[in-house]
Design a protein around this ligand. Structure first.
Ligand SMILES: Cc1cc2nc3c(=O)[nH]c(=O)nc-3n(C[C@H](O)[C@H](O)[C@H](O)COP(=O)(O)O)c2cc1C
Length: 188
């Protein structure tokens, strides 16, 4: 078997496992965007993958800063690290907002209540407040499903995967060009 192809297969299988295995190191990744000319990064939860179409998704609040940033520049980098296996993934791609109302509704419906409640915060993420808990909606008869108005699925179409494996016998690094289907070893 082709070692480079094996690595790519393993990347996809680990990303898939992270969706169902609690505590999997790829469950959370750091998403970097461009804020004007400055980098901005934050952790997000990986929510779905599509190996055939080479994309991954996560969920966010439509009102968050990252949404403004990606409308200006849709190039992103996603950083994953598996500490046990010493594997770093840098996934580069173009991000877009999923507009399909049925997909949004179906995904929202499958979300847990503890996730849904976050989308009912009174203020946009990053809004200055007088008190640390001022954002919490305190109202009788709160309908969690109202949060769908702020719920958003973001999709990252992958162009490049930079895979790095730290190893005492010699580090290895593979650059995988998803668009042109090319893989080459690069110096770690
Ligand atoms: C472990 C962890 C997981 C998180 N997962 C998400 C997530 O899936 N989606 C999200 O929008 N924010 C998530 N956050 C919060 C973001 O890191 C960030 O604070 C928030 O999205 C606001 O980002 P922005 O102002 O850069 O847009 C998570 C934070 C942590 C620490």
């Amino acid at each position: 078997m082709d070692k480079k192809q094996d690595i790519l297969e393993k990347i996809w299988s680990e990303l898939k496992d992270s969706l169902i295995i609690s505590g999997h190191p790829f469950h959370i990744f750091s998403l970097s965007t461009i804020n004007n000319n400055f980098p901005d990064s934050r952790n997000v939860v990986l929510r779905s993958i599509n190996k055939d179409k080479s994309y991954i998704t996560f969920h966010t609040d439509k009102r968050s800063n990252k949404i403004i940033q990606i409308k200006d520049n849709n190039n992103v980098c996603c950083l994953f690290y598996d500490k046990t296996n010493k594997i770093q993934l840098k996934i580069y791609g173009k991000i877009s907002i999923v507009e399909d109302k049925q997909i949004i509704f179906d995904t929202w419906s499958k979300s847990k209540d503890m996730s849904k409640v976050c989308y009912l915060n009174k203020f946009s993420p990053g809004t200055p407040m007088k008190d640390s808990k001022e954002y919490i909606l305190e109202r009788d008869n709160i309908n969690l499903n109202e949060g769908i108005k702020n719920f958003c699925i973001l999709k990252i179409n992958i162009s490049i995967i930079d895979w790095l494996n730290l190893n005492h016998k010699g580090h290895e690094r593979l650059l995988i060009d998803i668009i042109n289907n090319k893989k080459e070893w690069i110096a770690p």
